[in-house]
Design a protein around this ligand. Structure first.
Ligand code: ZN
Length: 80
């Protein structure tokens, strides 16, 4: 399940270290940019808007941010 978030995509990108991608739609050639923050379980991402060609032609960038991963890194930080 995807949760769309009302949040500034630049700060979202910075917070989760997600690279913003731009590309041309292979169908209609319009420029698309991944500027919509979203969250799914264990992951954070950015996706492009559906500009009329359908979900298939939207772009997504996803990074893992699982709880286990966060605990792992906080343990390491605590040990150092
Ligand atoms: Zn298109």
């Amino acid at each position: 399940m995807i949760f769309p978030l009302e949040q500034d995509y630049l700060s979202w990108s910075e917070k989760y270290n997600i690279r913003i991608k731009t590309a041309k739609c292979p169908k209609c050639g319009v420029d698309i940019i991944t500027n919509i923050p979203f969250a799914i379980k264990g992951y954070r991402g950015l996706k492009s808007d559906d500009h009329g060609c359908g979900e298939k032609y939207t772009r997504k960038v996803i990074v893992p941010t699982s709880k286990d991963e966060k605990e792992f890194w906080s343990k390491i930080a605590g040990a150092m």
